[in-house]
Design a protein around this ligand. Structure first.
Ligand code: FAD
Length: 394
């Protein structure tokens, strides 16, 4: 068999939002880049997620990066020549009872301590003024006006156009099956082709661990299947993205009038086929919670449900940084349910780190050796599953 060999300055493995963003910024720095994607660009989590552009105060490691991410979305049209469906409509977390108030205040204090992301505490009246039609028993809310949502599919299409525009080579149906190294050059094998470069970036999402394993680097990650529901078009009901402070829910109404419902409820991952199986009970719970929160939703018909595969790390923060055992290898995966909104900013900062050989301050908390012990890891990964079950017991 004749093996075709092509050389680049950098190879990025994985065509999700992170691989596409870092490839784009590397190309902006003048590097000749190849992006190798096993299936199709945006075919996994990055193309099928809920599109919320929203920080998670409980992951305080991430808050400074989250603040920068929100600013990068406000400029997304300049970067991608497409607004990517980004709407800065804010993000509201409804507080269901007075008992939740102390925790809501703690969560706001945490967000303030680690970032300048504005959040406003709403009382019952302010809540009703901001978002009419909510369950009348709700007592208040936390509103983050600089958050919002974007369209994942549109964002991935815009990234593809920009990558083509800057001359990056994007190869779909190109699974990296073997990685070797000759002197300072990485060689990625995809069937009868070898792709070579001195810089290799692992952006393989929930499969980041397998790609790291190809070069003997071991990290922990738990793949999960996150489920979504979409209801058919209804009259305008939602002014903002709506979630709950104490329970898992997110609801948004894009301009086409449909209602997108999520919250991190899990189905099953079928590893052999990279497919997922939906869990009907959990979807029903998620839908019931949405209808309780916004009673007018009861008349909206469900039109589709699906799941996408995401990788969760032990401490729910991503791995971003250089390999601990190889030079010229960088990792960027494990975004633990909140990687869509971090895509553009992480791509910019990681490309800068690679080119300047110095990791910017905002990425330093995500180094691979940040030190979760194996025991703590398994507890945390377990916790993801437990959280999901506890949620449904409420
Ligand atoms: C249903 C759902 C809802 C979500 N909602 C939100 C949300 O509202 N807001 C938010 O910020 N985040 C959300 N997320 C999380 C977010 O989608 C992910 O964190 C983010 O998309 C991860 O991007 P990625 O580029 O790291 O991974 P992916 O998008 O999974 O891309 C990784 C790519 O690597 C490829 N790959 C793997 N192995 C190889 C190989 N050997 N060779 C070549 N290619 C390979 C895969 O085919 C895949 O396309 C959600 C996720 C899901 C599933």
């Amino acid at each position: 068999m004749q093996v075709v060999r092509r050389s680049f300055d950098a190879i990025v493995i994985g065509g999700g939002i992170h691989g596409a963003s870092v490839a784009l910024y590397l190309a902006f720095h003048g590097l000749d880049v190849a992006l190798l994607e096993r299936d199709r660009l945006g075919g996994h989590a990055s193309g099928v997620n809920a599109g919320s552009i929203h920080h998670i105060p409980r992951i305080h490691l991430e808050l400074p990066l989250a603040e920068a991410a929100l600013s990068s979305w406000a400029r997304i049209e300049q970067l991608l020549e497409d607004d990517c469906g980004f709407r800065q409509v804010g993000y509201l977390k409804v507080i269901e009872s007075d008992d939740e108030m102390p925790d809501a205040e703690r969560s706001m204090a945490r967000a303030r301590r680690y970032s300048g992301i504005p959040e406003i505490l709403l009382d019952r009246q302010a809540l009703a003024d901001l978002q009419p039609g909510l369950d009348a028993t709700a007592v208040g809310g936390i509103f983050a006006p600089t958050c919002g949502y974007a369209s994942p599919a549109r964002t991935m299409r815009a990234l593809r156009r920009r990558l083509d525009g800057v001359g990056a080579v994007v190869l779909e149906t190109s699974e990296v099956r073997r990685i070797s190294r000759q002197h300072h050059t990485w060689i990625c094998e995809t069937g009868d082709k070898n792709w070579c470069a001195p810089i290799l970036v692992n952006c393989a999402g929930a499969w980041g661990v397998s790609v790291a394993g190809l070069v003997g680097e071991h990290v922990e990650l738990c793949p999960v299947a996150l489920m979504m529901t979409v209801c058919g078009r209804v009259k305008p009901l939602l002014n903002t993205v709506v979630g709950l402070h104490g329970r898992r829910l997110s609801m948004k109404q894009p301009q086409n009038g449909t209602i997108l419902i999520g919250g991190g409820y899990q189905g099953d991952v079928l590893p052999a086929t990279r497919d997922t199986r939906l869990n009907g009970d959990r979807l029903a719970y998620n839908l019931a919670l949405a209808r309780k929160t916004l009673p007018a939703l009861s008349s909206a018909a469900v039109v589709r449900m699906w799941a996408g595969i995401e990788g969760i790390t032990p401490d729910h923060a991503p791995y971003i940084g250089s390999s601990l055992i190889h030079e010229g290898l960088w990792h960027c995966f494990g975004f633990s349910t909140h990687g869509f909104y971090l895509g553009p900013i992480t791509g910019r900062l990681l490309a800068e780190a690679i080119v300047k050989q110095e990791v910017p301050e905002l990425l330093r908390p995500f180094a691979l050796d940040r030190g979760a012990s194996a025991a703590a890891s398994s507890r945390a990964v377990d916790g993801v599953v437990r959280e999901n079950q506890d949620e449904q017991a409420k």
